[in-house]
Design a protein around this ligand. Structure first.
Ligand code: ADP
Ligand code: MG
Length: 468
């Protein structure tokens, strides 16, 4: 055990602290006291920190009250630094501190070092635990995530009742974190209060290490076992971490027995996570497993439109369709293109049109084209249908090869952006009208054939390296 702690603890200092929401001020303050005591010792804590009354935390400013001016001066001259460090480590982000005497504000303001203006993109996620705008209302539901969404809703309505644990899995950037945060927000709204813990598996590990180091394992155990809802994101990172798995196993059992809700996400199905103890894997499969697939075109368009609306970006629907059909499989990338498009539009004072989008996203789209060649598509399609590429590009017209061939041609057009004559040439010298026919056939079928859409999505996922 000793070894494992040392081995894992190398970069613990640099990692984000746990994000906690649903804590009352008392709980926060208790943690702060503990943390300060580690830094300055018991006596100083008793004398100078204990008498402080925490008032409120608002807009990243922590208000506290001290008994006297003398006390304030002493606090400011000696102890403000460790106090602020502890506040930051408990809250997960740096705060300013305003000291009040009695209940009159004295107006002291102590800007944090981080305030030099650099925005910290990871800050949002740490602030208060749950990501503020990852709610159900900002989540677009489509065929690809319908099931996971319904499960998430059910869990938010009756935490700990129906599906325990809820295990959501799916590729990178497909909305797992968003969805589980939405459950957290919803439960908070519904239940008013209660402890919701949202944290990544990394963070769970790091806290464990910190507590092991400080010989404070009881605190660690108690902390998580208080949760009404525990959300552990990206459990695939527990892989190979025996001590963390053991601790989580006990946490899991204790919450489960108390009918508290456990929510897990992963980029893999439980039995595909290597280095995971059997007893944990087993528990991960006890409740409901719901997957999120890459969104289809309609959903991608809807997501873009929703994000555009939220950010007040004027995005004509033909441009939304243009982006959505070029950037597939990952919502994060989709958002990235929109952000870039907006930035360029604002900087160059241009309206957002298709031509403008093509220009502005040129590099992004070109990279995609470069990445995906006709050959890649042929191989992926061949593999999916279990036929050889040689047969796909042959003149054979059996059903067994005709359909996969049409799918491959369609995808070459869509993903590799190849021209009809070029595709024809690479499929054994076929006429471009044959390719045209194949593409329009698939396109027509796609409009009403859900199964076909699922097939294409799966193939695209393997092409983009997000699936098997
Ligand atoms: P994951 O955790 O699966 O890697 P995230 O939840 O971080 O993915 O999602 C990546 C980005 O895409 C986030 O900004 C999220 O808001 C957005 N996103 C994903 N799916 C949807 C959706 N269905 N509706 C709206 N936004 C989504
Ligand atoms: Mg995530």
């Amino acid at each position: 055990m000793g070894t494992e702690v040392r081995e894992l603890s190398t970069d613990v200092e640099n990692l984000p602290t746990v994000a906690v929401q649903g804590w009352g001020m008392d709980q926060v303050w208790e943690q702060v006291l503990e943390s300060v005591e580690e830094k300055i010792g018991r006596t100083a804590t008793e004398t100078w920190i204990k008498p402080i009354r925490p008032l409120t935390l608002r807009d990243e400013t922590f208000h506290l009250e001290v008994p006297s001016t003398l006390f304030r001066d002493r606090l400011l001259s000696n102890l403000i630094v460790p106090l602020k460090e502890s506040l930051a480590s408990v809250l997960g982000y740096p705060v300013q501190v305003v000291v009040h005497i009695g209940s009159k504000p004295q107006g002291e303001l102590f800007p944090t070092d981080e305030e030099a203006g650099k925005p910290d993109p990871s800050r949002a996620i740490r602030k208060g635990g749950l990501v503020t705008n990852y709610t159900f209302s900002t989540f677009v539901v489509g065929a690809s995530n319908q099931f996971a969404h319904a499960a998430a809703r059910a869990v938010a309505d009756h935490p700990g009742k129906h599906y325990n644990p809820l295990f959501i899995y799916g590729g990178v950037g497909l909305g797992k974190t968003h969805l589980v945060n939405a459950i957290g927000h919803e439960t908070l709204v519904k239940q008013g209060r209660g402890s919701i813990f949202y944290l990544s598996s990394e963070s769970f590990t790091n806290q464990l290490i910190a507590h092991l180091r400080g010989d404070r394992m009881d605190d660690f155990k108690n902390k998580f076992r208080q949760a009404d809802v525990l959300i552990l994101d990206d459990v695939q990172f527990l892989s190979g971490r025996e001590r963390t798995q053991e601790e989580f196993f006990h946490t899991f059992n204790s919450l489960y027995d108390a009918h508290k809700q456990i929510i897990l996400t992963s980029d893999k199905f439980p039995n595909e996570i290597s280095g995971l103890e059997e007893r944990l894997r087993n528990r991960f499969e006890w409740g409901l497993i719901a997957d999120i697939q890459p969104p289809d075109l309609e959903t991608r368009v809807a997501i873009l439109q929703k994000k555009a609306l939220a950010k007040k970006i004027p995005l004509p629907s033909e441009v939304a369709i243009f982006i959505a059909s070029h950037v597939s499989s990952n919502v994060r990338e989709l958002e990235g293109s929109l952000t870039r498009l907006e930035a360029v539009a604002v900087l160059t004072h241009n309206p957002i049109t298709i031509d403008f989008a093509r220009q502005a996203l040129q590099n992004l789209l070109k990279e995609k084209d470069k990445e995906i060649s006709i050959e890649t598509v042929q191989k992926a399609v061949g593999k999916y249908f279990g036929i050889r590429v040689a047969d796909m590009v042959s003149k054979r017209r059996t059903n067994l090869v005709t359909f996969p061939r049409q799918v491959a041609m369609f995808l070459c057009r869509k993903l590799a952006g190849a021209s009809y004559p070029m595709i024809g040439m690479r499929f054994g010298g076929k006429d471009h009208t044959t390719v045209l026919y194949a593409c329009s056939t698939i396109e027509k079928r796609l409009k009403k054939d859900e199964e076909l859409r699922a097939i294409l999505d799966r193939i695209e996922r393997t092409i983009y390296g997000h699936g098997s």
